[in-house]
Design a protein around this ligand. Structure first.
Ligand code: ADP
Ligand code: MG
Length: 165
């Protein structure tokens, strides 16, 4: 595991805006790594443990640090998080491949075209394999919650990024 948590890195993160927010996790892109943060230590540790276990089964990106505490100056509170390898999230990749960086609101035809592709992704070999392997390895919650913002590709392989119930 990397020991990449320098004071400079923490200072940089503390001042930045998050790149994506899920329900539980605030996510930051930090150079060529990601930082997953949670409001409480238990959630961070659970997410860290689940991702470690999944990584050894080649179903998740690598966990690159232990859990550490960091003060987010922009939002004004402490969070707990860990560094992770970056994944090309399925939802983002599909938009990007179609020339968008977010849903093209108001453009009915474009939205319909994208929705058709979202549907096809749920029937793809990568998605079905990943879901099946998650189920077979007791990641039931992750398998059930495998929407397009919870998985993506890493070196051409489909991996899950969200294991939290
Ligand atoms: N390893 C990662 N690589 C790239 N993006 C990520 C990674 N982990 C999380 N994200 C981004 O952060 C968002 C929220 O993270 P997620 O683990 O799904 O948290 P939540 O449990 O809150 O849904 C994801 O939908 C994705 O956009
Ligand atoms: Mg999620």
């Amino acid at each position: 595991m990397l020991d990449c948590i320098t004071p400079e890195l923490c200072e940089r993160i503390a001042k930045s805006d998050s790149d994506s927010n899920g329900v539980a996790c605030k996510f930051f892109k930090v150079g060529d790594m990601g930082l997953k943060t949670y409001k409480n230590e238990e959630d961070a540790r659970e997410s860290h443990n689940l991702q470690m276990r999944a990584y050894f089964l080649e179903l998740a990106p690598e966990v690159l640090s232990d859990v550490f505490q960091i003060h987010l100056k922009k939002v004004g509170y402490y969070v707990y998080g860990f560094m992770t390898e970056l994944v090309d999230v399925a939802y983002n990749k599909l938009l990007r491949d179609n020339g968008y960086d977010k849903m093209p609101n108001g453009n009915k035809d474009a939205i319909q075209h994208l929705q058709q592709q979202f549907k096809e992704l749920y029937q793809s070999h990568d998605y079905i394999m990943l879901k099946t392997l998650l189920e077979a390895n007791d990641f039931e919650f992750a398998a059930q919650d495998l929407h397009l913002k919870n998985w993506g590709w890493l070196n051409g392989e489909a991996v899950c990024i969200d294991f939290m119930a």
